[in-house]
Design a protein around this ligand. Sequence first.
Ligand SMILES: Cc1cc2nc3c(=O)[nH]c(=O)nc-3n(C[C@H](O)[C@H](O)[C@H](O)COP(=O)(O)O)c2cc1C
Ligand code: SF4
Length: 407
Amino acid sequence: MNVEMLSSPIRIGSRVAPNRIVNQPMECNDGDASGNPTELTFRRYRSLAEGGAGIIFVESLTLSYESRARKNQLKIGEDTATRLEKLVKKMRQSNSESLILIQINHSGNLSQAAFSKVVSPYPTGDPSIHVLTEKEIDDIGTQFAKAALISKQVGADGIDFKQCHGYLGGEIMRPANTREDQYGETFENRTRFFRETTEKIKKAVGDDSFLTGVRYSFYEGIPGGFGTTGPREVIEDFSEPLAFAKMVEEMGMDYINVSAGIPPITPEIVRPTKDFPEGVYRHFGWTKAVKDLLKIPVIGSGYSYLRNGKNNLKEPDPPKKSFTYWAEKNLKDGLVDLVGIGRQSYADPLFAKKILSGEIHSIDFCTACGGCSLLLRSQRQVGCTVYDDYYRKVLRRVKRGGKREGT
Ligand SMILES: Cc1cc2nc3c(=O)[nH]c(=O)nc-3n(C[C@H](O)[C@H](O)[C@H](O)COP(=O)(O)O)c2cc1C
Ligand code: SF4
């Protein structure tokens, strides 16, 4: 099958990605007790580097260990910089062309009370959740800037300022955020944290060749969620997601990565499965709306379910519902600039290399079985439970109710 568009390079800011395939950020909860990458982390990223995707995102790194979503989440801080530098160096040793971008995050209300402090930018009705003060929000912005600088110092090509999937950056932008100070109610106020923090990040890294971008959820699918018509509404409305996309470009960001949903609440929006395969088309539509508006490169999400056409989409001709067919078509039709794979990068870290060299028959295609997501929800080390023996055993232990690894 033709891969002309997929294999073409693309300029991102002042840098060039060698092809149009993106390994989306995929967190694996396999850090040590201080949030450093472990041998398991090194093994994963070495394989991804070998895979040669145009962009390889390093998963969601927490900038706060006090508030985090995963017990063994990787952390970005001065104390983890040495090991992160080694990680980036090892990746570059097997592949010097892919762009390596680190996703930086604060988990906000999705932080887990079992081992960390749950915080929210607006009152949730649960008195045990601390509502951040204006000063605390401003301080978190400063922490993002510090994390961006560390990302640069450890040798990454750029950062992804995480605004997606219900974590702090996305939460604060929701219409449900009706706090009455400068960070709530109006769209202008709800996006103030993004603008202020972006300015701090740019000042901290002080270098245009270091890429900055954003991943955001176009529609969260909860009442008052981002992309709805109001604080208690669930009806989808494109106006704020598009106004935000424009803001991302106007703030001088180099790319935008369009996702949707909140994994623990609306997982079927984030990742299409056989229960709602048409979810892939919704991702195409959201990305197209952003692409129609912006000049900076737009990355699309949710492509893993397409596989080699063996999926439940209502198209009688399997080649016309495969990853390659849709990726080439969407790139050619100008609906998107790069296509992102999430679960597929667990199932086969060499996916990009194999697709681009026509070795489709040797690809381990993601079956959308949900095994990896179950591991994440269970606070285990995460990987593909179908094709990787190590994670298959971890899953078996979870199902038997066994002890957590890495604790
Ligand atoms: C286990 C797991 C971990 C994930 N970790 C991250 C993450 O660290 N950052 C992020 O932005 N998205 C994360 N995602 C979402 C994926 O990047 C992706 O958007 C989602 O899986 C849908 O794409 P796909 O259909 O290609 O898998 C994760 C998804 C899964 C299943
Ligand atoms: S565990 Fe299942 S859903 Fe996850 S990557 Fe492997 S095949 Fe895909």
